[in-house]
Design a protein around this ligand. Structure first.
Ligand code: ZN
Length: 308
């Protein structure tokens, strides 16, 4: 076991790369962030390689906002980052450069892992996780384990279609939840109605302080979120939701309407409980660090090539 060693968790977001160095048994040693390079995948690989190379660490976990290749070593589809990510061998390339094990994970699943192990869901076994950010991510814990699948693709709550015939999503489909309630969508929808909002926080602030279109945009987003959450809770039999992500503060403005939508379905799903995430913006990076511990441990148990 890597009980006394350090792992680096990296969370690649649309605007920032957040990182944390975690020491098993001691906790967070250091953390930081840097702007996500705008030069596409090659720039991101370079930035992670430089970051990991400059840190004392024995394994690295990298969370990305999309799906992985079937073998988990590369990226397949990352809707909200510029550039061509299909088939990029991100884990292999960084591993080759730094000489330590590197594992890839979906960022929402990494967030969920951290909140389940050490955050808002640490006393729970069955939980739906939602990340409200530029887009919307999701994950599901059943019986104390985050549900995983080939390509780390289970949990795409943001791509449940709730507005058929609506706006085109980054994933290629039309009317996904994140085209209505994602951080980018809140701003786009408000501006299309004449709002001057430039950030999701602006949308919330203007909704609270003016009679502009922002209130309607948030109401619409809340209705869509309530619809999708109700469907997923009904499907999974789970009744607790943990909400986090960079735009989680906007949820306050949506909470009442979402809870109303869930209450309408209480016959099936019971009383839905909504909790806010506890680990803050570092949760995704932390979860990636935990994945790295597990991955490196698994690698250590493999016999060395040619060994006895
Ligand atoms: Zn979509």
């Amino acid at each position: 076991m890597l009980n006394s060693t350090a792992t680096l968790g990296v969370d690649v977001g649309g605007t920032r790369i957040k990182w944390v160095r975690w020491i098993a048994g001691a906790g967070i040693a250091e953390q930081g962030q840097l702007p996500t390079p705008r030069t596409g995948p090659a720039g991101v690989v370079e930035a992670i390689g430089a970051l990991a190379g400059g840190q004392q660490c024995d394994a690295v976990g990298v969370g990305v906002p999309g799906h992985l290749t079937d073998d988990g070593r590369g990226t397949r589809m990352i809707p909200n980052l510029p550039g061509e990510w299909a088939g990029l061998r991100l884990a292999d390339q960084v591993e080759e450069r730094i000489g330590h094990p590197v594992v890839l994970t979906n960022d929402a699943r990494a967030f969920a892992r951290a909140e389940l192990d050490h955050g808002a869901a640490r006393d729970l076994a069955n939980v739906l996780f939602v990340t409200l950010g530029t887009g919307i991510g999701g994950a599901l814990a059943l019986n104390g384990k985050i549900l995983r699948s080939r390509g780390d693709a289970v949990g795409e709550l943001g791509h449940m279609i709730c507005r058929p015939g609506g706006r085109r999503c980054g994933c290629g489909a039309i009317g996904c939840l994140e085209t209505v309630a994602g951080g980018s969508a809140l701003v786009t929808c408000a501006r299309a109605l004449g709002s001057a909002a430039e950030t999701p926080d602006d949308v919330v602030r203007l909704a609270e302080s003016t009679d502009g279109p922002e209130r309607g945009v948030l109401l619409d987003a809340a209705q869509a979120l309530g619809l999708v959450l109700g469907n997923v809770l009904a499907y999974t039999g789970v009744n607790t939701v943990v909400i986090g992500g960079g735009v989680a503060s906007a949820f306050d403005a949506m909470r009442e309407r979402v809870q109303l939508a869930l209450a309408e379905r209480s016959g099936l799903i019971g009383t839905a409980i909504i909790r806010m995430a506890e680990l803050g913006p570092i949760a995704g990076a932390l979860g990636a660090a935990f994945e790295a511990i597990e991955y490196a441990d698994a690698r250590l148990t493999l016999p060395a090539p040619g060994g006895t």
